[in-house]
Design a protein. Structure first.
Length: 249
């Protein structure tokens, strides 16, 4: 029996990159997966929810593409409702949707600052708030927010991306205490190194990353499968790094 057999997962921000890798890994571990994101048609950055759902179907998994704008509460509620209606419940939430802006504060346009907060922090709030009642109704489950090691790298200055992810970490570490009585594990998960996703390549500011600093997205998928198996009696209230949680082979 696969470790997530019979479980239902909702992965926000799953049209590409880390979210797509996590959605595929959860499905491969037996979960039925809602592949949720805004991208239904190919745009400037490769990847759509339909393509990821089809990839899961091709390996024998169960998935549905669900259009979801995490900054819009009504869109999030509709996406969660669709997932529960299709699969009968919800056990695992992965709040992965994110935008990248790593420019220095003094040259950051206000709209970019606000977009990072809207997607990376308020978006996590929206999907989490919508998912809690459904996971509670299953008698427990797991909630995972995807963050970044940049939160702790204060010697490298500040930017909108790291600040928004720091807020998500505080939200989830505090929420673990609130939801312990409901048997819901609440954890943060970040790559240990840089995952060269489509979003990173589009918005990483042209930074050159040495090969030893690059992590394959599949490591995040394996770590999410482990965290997806948790409830409040296991790992909860933590900020995990992928390669620490899943040692490199």
């Amino acid at each position: 029996m696969t470790p997530l057999e019979g479980k239902v997962a909702f992965v926000a921000g799953a049209s590409r990159g880390i979210g797509a890798a996590i959605a595929v890994a959860l499905a491969d571990a037996g979960a039925a997966v809602a592949v949720a994101a805004r991208t239904e048609q190919e745009g400037k950055i490769p990847g759509t929810i339909g393509e990821v759902a089809e990839r899961i179907d091709s390996i024998g998994g169960k998935a549905i593409p669900v259009q979801c704008n995490v900054t819009d509460e009504a869109s999030v509620d509709a996406a969660i409702t669709t997932t529960v209606g299709e699969f009968g419940g919800l056990d695992i939430l992965v709040a992965n949707a994110g935008v990248l802006w790593m420019g220095p504060i003094e040259s950051t346009p206000l709209k970019r600052w606000q977009l990072c907060l809207d997607v990376n922090l308020t978006g996590v709030f929206n999907v989490t708030k919508a998912a809690i009642p459904h996971i509670r109704a299953r008698g427990g489950g797991s909630m995972i927010a995807v963050t970044t090691t940049g939160v702790t790298m204060i010697d490298r200055g500040s930017n909108a991306y790291w600040v928004s992810k720091a807020g998500a970490e505080r939200l989830y570490t505090g929420l673990a205490s609130d939801l312990s009585a409901d048997n819901i594990a609440v954890n943060c998960l970040s790559p240990s190194r840089v995952v060269l996703t489509e979003g990173w390549l589009a918005g990483g500011g042209g930074q050159k990353i040495p090969p030893e600093a690059i992590e394959p997205p599949e490591t995040m998928g394996a770590a999410a499968v482990l965290l997806g198996q948790q409830d409040a009696s296991g790992i909860t209230g933590t900020i995990q790094r992928s390669e620490t949680l899943i040692p490199q082979q």
